[in-house]
Design a protein around this ligand. Structure first.
Ligand SMILES: *Cc1c(COP(=O)(O)O)cnc(C)c1O
Length: 355
């Protein structure tokens, strides 16, 4: 049976990425060796990481004066690395969900944190709008896509201070004005590669400005000065990331990808909005085009687990909602084809007609 993968993360990757990675596991770049067993200092792998770095810059139109590095530790390590390296006295944070909350917790270890707004009291169903970013903050941190709640800020906010963003679950789904940012980070396992690598795009001038000592591996300068090769980088995930980046370029780049993502999300939200049984959980203005969260209306609530089972029986995987929202979450990342979204909407319709 064909499977339709709606997992939130790790999540769907393009067949191009998976096939090329599988090939390289058997024979990497005609070396007669597996990508799993080659030196990260080999010229063949150096070519991989160089090209991956260049493609990130090309796809996101990264201006001069920025570094792209590949590090381990997941986005969660960035929650601490960002303030460790950038917070001198005070930083501003927007609280839009569990991930933002965790980033705030880490930042408090390093200085004053001004939480400019929070939607926690409404279970993060919306993204706060009317807040003031203090002009004396070192940076303003926000999460572009709130993976758990299905809300998303699809623009680069105006700010009196440099931006820092966690783009783990929507990077490469739209053009970004990188010049507004001191730093962007993204764990790979939502829109790029298998888990294990995190992309960091950081402005050269933003580094080296804090007085505190920073452990070597947590200092961005260690990685920027050595082209992500201070120690052994996550070789296999970087190889896969390169495949996805090539694939994104073939698709025509992030502006083209955005059009398709918008169309896929519209298809699914239309199905939810026109349903008698399902209802979306996120504020309509803030809806994510990556993670679509919905539940059964109160009068059908007892059918939720039955719908999950029904969807599963049809080959739909990973549709169960996060425990803090309940119901369903359809993650429709870049690699998700429109046909799978249509398959899901047809299943929803069929289930509704039966009940
Ligand atoms: C998944 C996710 C994280 C956590 O990433 P890890 O790599 O597991 O540390 C952080 N932020 C966002 C927005 C995410 O979607």
């Amino acid at each position: 049976m064909k499977k339709h993968n709606f997992y939130a993360g790790p999540s769907i990757l393009s067949q191009y990425t998976i096939k090329n990675t599988a090939d390289a596991v058997l024979n990497f770049a005609d070396t007669g060796l597996s990508i799993l067993e080659v030196s990260h200092r080999s010229k063949e792998f150096q070519a991989v990481i160089d090209e991956a770095m260049e493609l990130v810059k090309e796809l996101l139109d990264v201006p001069a004066g920025y570094h792209v590095v590949f590090v381990g530790g997941g986005a969660s390590t960035q929650f601490a690395m960002v303030p460790f390296n950038l917070l001198k006295k005070k930083a501003a944070y927007l609280d839009t969900g569990v991930w933002a909350h965790k980033a705030i917790k880490e930042a408090k270890l390093f200085g004053e944190v001004d939480v400019v707004a929070s939607s926690e009291a409404d279970n993060y169903t919306y993204i706060p709008k009317d807040y003031v970013i203090p002009a004396d903050a070192d940076y303003f941190h926000f999460t572009t896509n709130n993976t758990i709640y299905g809300t998303e800020l699809r623009k680069d906010p105006d700010s009196p201070v440099p931006l820092v963003a966690d783009m783990s679950s929507d990077i490469f789904s739209r053009p970004i004005d990188v010049a507004k940012y001191d730093l962007i980070y993204a764990g790979a396992q939502k829109n790029l590669a298998p888990a294990g690598v995190t992309i960091v795009i950081v402005k050269e001038d933003a580094l080296g400005k804090v007085d505190r000592p920073i452990p070597t591996m947590l200092n961005y300068l260690t990685h920027t000065s050595k082209g992500s090769m201070f120690n052994t980088p996550p070789v296999l995930p970087i190889y896969s990331a390169l495949q996805t980046l090539k694939y994104y370029k073939q698709l025509g780049g992030v502006a083209e990808i955005e059009k398709v993502c918008v169309a896929k999300a519209a298809k699914l939200y239309d199905a939810i909005d026109s349903s008698r049984m399902f209802v979306g959980t996120a504020n309509a203005d803030d809806r994510s085009i990556m993670n679509v969260c919905f539940v059964m209306k109160p009068e059908y609530k007892e059918l939720e687990s039955e719908f999950v089972s029904f969807a599963q029986s049809q080959g739909i995987v990973g549709i169960k909602g996060h425990r803090s929202v309940g119901g369903f979450r359809a993650s429709i990342y870049n690699a998700m084809p429109m046909e799978s979204v249509e398959f899901l909407t047809a299943c929803m319709k069929e289930f509704e007609d039966k009940h």
